[in-house]
Design a protein around this ligand. Structure first.
Ligand code: COA
Length: 299
């Protein structure tokens, strides 16, 4: 059966929603979007529907690739956000054709590198990406926890004060010195729609850290949290988590996602507090012609 690709932006949006949900129907975790949710996701992740594609096998939509594009100081950043093929069309080369086209588009735009993330247990996707020339760039860890075993009385006299997203962005620049994964990057943060809560942590009138939280019904995603370099190794992070837990006592499940494994302080903190790790991922990268092969620099 012939496979034809159509730019996602030229199609009725429901066709994309439908093939997206079919492709993820048997995924490692529930992934399902109504049209509105997928639109919001496309907005926050900077997905460009002009360089995203739906594959048709005969008349039926069989697969898709969503491509994110961002401008960075050192050029264009391109990311395969997600891709999938409906179960009955798998193992027929659909994903290979989709990825080949997204690579062609990225090269035509002048990109020098494409990134993507994949769950480490997703061996068929890893095999697919490896065949396309992608290599593991780094490991990303996901953590979840319920009530943390924190000190009964939170020490340090730490106070959390609400602040705006712009201030949180500035605090984030002070605290993170490495390239943040796309999903928790400051460019994603800028586009967070409500509900979100940003806090400045203070001790003795001094700002020592910040946290950005996305509360849901009974869970919370700790989008970013950081302690300024001068205040590290003094128990600030543990005190902040304690204050957050106290302020949002009705939320029983917490998560922090896409923590780079080389971020030893964050990983060490999560281990010390007994957070559970789930679905570790790889960030993979494909170098395109002209890539300088410089090591990734902090920004
Ligand atoms: C991963 C996925 C996109 C592959 O789609 P596909 O159209 O079946 O892939 P292709 O037919 O182009 O296969 C290309 C290569 O992928 C790998 N692959 C695909 N399916 C595989 C399987 N079931 N087992 C092992 N390797 C597999 C192989 O290396 C294959 O090459 P080969 O056929 O020469 O062995 C599809 O299985 C899928 O949609 N899975 C659910 C969603 C998902 O995991 N998306 C990726 C993460 S965002």
């Amino acid at each position: 059966m012939s496979i034809r690709l159509t730019p996602a932006g030229t199609l009725d949006f429901d066709v994309l929603v439908d093939v997206f949900n079919k492709a993820f129907a048997d995924y490692f975790m529930p992934v399902y979007h109504e049209a509105e949710g997928l639109r919001k996701y496309i907005y926050t992740q900077d997905i460009d529907l002009g360089s995203s594609f739906v594959a048709f096998s005969g008349k039926e939509a069989s697969g898709f690739v969503l491509t994110g594009i961002r401008k960075a100081e050192d050029g264009l950043m391109v990311r395969v956000d997600s891709m999938g093929v409906a179960p009955k069309y798998r193992r027929k080369g659909v994903a290979t054709i989709l990825l080949t086209e997204s690579r062609r588009q990225a090269e035509a735009m002048g990109a020098k590198r494409i990134i993507l993330e994949v769950i480490q247990a997703n061996s068929r996707a890893i095999s697919l990406y490896t065949k396309q020339g992608y290599q593991v760039a780094r490991e990303l860890k996901n953590f979840q926890w319920g009530q943390l075993p924190l000190p009964g009385e939170i020490s340090l006299g730490l106070t959390l004060r609400p602040m705006g997203l712009e201030e949180a962005e500035a605090a984030s620049r002070l605290c993170y010195t490495y390239q943040l994964p796309w999903q928790i990057d400051r460019l994603t943060m800028k586009k967070l729609g409500k509900p979100y809560e940003c806090f400045r942590a203070e001790t003795g009138g001094q700002s020592v850290g910040f946290a950005v939280l996305v509360p849901r019904e009974d869970s919370a995603h700790l989008f970013q949290m950081g302690v300024i370099p001068a205040a590290r190794r003094k128990g600030v992070a543990v005190a902040m988590l304690g204050e957050l837990q106290r302020a949002f006592a009705h939320l029983s499940r917490w998560s922090a996602l896409y923590v780079p494994a080389e971020e030893r302080a964050a990983v060490g903190l999560a281990e010390k507090l007994g957070c559970q790790e789930f679905f570790p991922q790889y960030e993979m990268q494909l170098f395109l012609p002209g890539y300088g092969r410089r090591p990734l620099e902090p920004h």
